[in-house]
Design a protein around this ligand. Structure first.
Ligand SMILES: [Zn+2]
Length: 156
């Protein structure tokens, strides 16, 4: 004989359920336990999936960004620094920008195209962030055009 874990009455050694108070003697034989196990498994899966659902791709979401050219300033080693202010009009954090800058002369002739990536760049939801791109100092360069190729998004 053993005693019930709940009401302490004597019950059969083989009993998995107490005949007096109906309480389960072995935790995994209690069907209610799945009410606890299920959320433990489901909640992390749900948060993981949310991360995937809320990640947006830049292509198709270009309208969420407003690019403003701030101007040029002297860069390092006699180079030019092109400065942009990029406004994020979404409720998602964006980071790791890939871009392409086309450089033209005064007559509008394309001189060269520079592509690059800034891993440290990020913009919080509904905020703006500066992007500085250094270029070789080309005396003929008069106009610049930035094209954002990609930005990664993240919820957190
Ligand atoms: Zn009992």
């Amino acid at each position: 004989m053993k005693t019930c874990k709940s009401c302490i009455k004597e019950i059969d050694n083989a009993a998995s359920k107490c005949p007096y108070c109906q309480s389960f003697q072995i935790w995994y034989k209690n069907p209610q336990i799945f009410g606890f196990i299920f959320p433990l498994v489901f909640i992390p899966v749900m948060f993981y999936s949310m991360g995937i659902w809320f990640n947006k791709n830049y292509p198709g979401n270009e309208h969420l960004f407003e690019v403003k050219e701030i101007g040029i300033s002297p860069g390092e080693h006699n180079r030019l620094a092109l400065n942009y202010l990029i406004a994020n009009k979404s409720d998602t954090k964006w980071h790791n920008i890939s871009y392409e800058v086309s450089v033209f002369d005064a007559a509008g002739k394309l001189l060269f195209v520079k592509t690059g990536q800034d891993y440290s760049w990020l913009v919080q939801p509904n905020q703006s962030s500066y992007l500085t791109i250094e270029l070789d100092n080309n005396l003929k360069a008069e106009k610049w055009k930035l094209k954002i190729l990609d930005i990664k998004s993240g919820r957190f």
